[in-house]
Design a protein around this ligand. Sequence first.
Ligand code: AMP
Length: 465
Amino acid sequence: MPNFSDLGLSAPILGALAAEGYAAPTPIQCQAIPPVLSGRDLCGIAQTGTGKTAAFALPILQRLATVPHRAAPQTCRALVLSPTRELASQIADSFRAYGAGMRLSTTVVFGGVPIGRQRQQLARGVDILVATPGRLLDLIDNRWLTLSSVQVLVLDEADRMLDLGFVHALRRIVKLLPRERQTLLFSATMPKAIAALAEDYLNQPVKVVVTPAATTVERVDQRVVFVSSERKRDLLATMLRDPAFARVLVFTRTKHGADRVVRHLAATGIEASAIHGNKSQPQRERALAGFRDGQTRVLVATDIAARGIDVDGVSHVINFELPNVPEDYVHRIGRTARAGATGIAVAFCSDEERAHLRDIEKLTRSPLQVLPMPAISVPRGGQVERTPEITSSRNDSRRPERHAASGRAGTPSRHAAAPKKSRDEADGGSLPAFLRHQSPARPALAGRRGGHRGSTAGLRFNGAR
Ligand code: AMP
């Protein structure tokens, strides 16, 4: 296994990596860094969690530093396009952390926040600009930025960029770039449309594949419960009342669906936050920060908003609704297998969603194990009543539960770790024991706490190979 200095990286970058606590390069870093340093184009098939950000950020920083001319006003030298604001922020943070010992400037621009400050930041010119496509075009259309001196273009999560309908924006942007440039494209999957983009924009690229496209995340224990749409909310509340569900991402298909789930959980005494496209940027950041630092135990997200969320120690992913794009299922469950941990994913599948389930199983090439419908525990007036039958949804006015049989279900855990005490079947209701099992991060990958993305766990590399 090579180390970072074998890859030709310079002293300031090696220093920054040591400060981040990275012991050795990940597979995509080993394969991508040398060719990108030598100026080659690259097409990388890799998911978030493989270390792909450093795979492009490190050689870009080094190349920009070796030609130390300043960016002209209203230009940038490297442009990184990201499909979402969250991912854009995280990429910019990574550039700043890895480039800490260098005199290179990084700016991030995305929609949903005032444009004035972004305009000011660009006025003097920046070395690295991380942008979402829409806001980038706004800045260009207002003549606050030109792309005529871009030397390196990165298209990150290109498949998601197309899913979100950015293809026209992307084509417009690429036309504004110099022909002579280095282009790096990263995508979790390689559908035909991405292959076509790669063909158009990349020049004899080096190809790097670190995870077979859209295969199941193997470390995730995946189950499906067949449940009617009406029963889903109470099933969710029953599961979340168990404190072993320590840090839970719940996925809904729509923004309104996410808000409805949060309201329903609140009515049963379970605190949760929602993160989706209708939330303002500060709201999203607050929700994410609360989830990261353990203040919020349950985060309800839509696929788009969850993209790029980099949080360790997610104990469970609950697919409250199945995605109609099967690849999204793979992205969703991957959130619970970070930092070398294994995770648990439970899909709630109604009759209407069986076709989606079939598509998912076709893609992952493995049928999900069926979890029998657990008995529902419905909190009422401080007592928990367990019944296999759901009571009517009018019970939403129930009072928040205080001391339920499962413990402090109404009090979200402030810590990501599973409770230490061992519990028998009577404690926690009728949930099968494996749903409460959590395995820690593999010791080999455990490193120093923190990191530039504000994680509370160890290294955040999911070790995909
Ligand atoms: P990414 O795939 O770029 O989203 O990175 C996933 C996580 O892995 C991030 O939290 C990085 O900080 C972390 N990471 C990246 N490279 C390494 C490395 N070589 N060793 C340990 N952690 C890493």
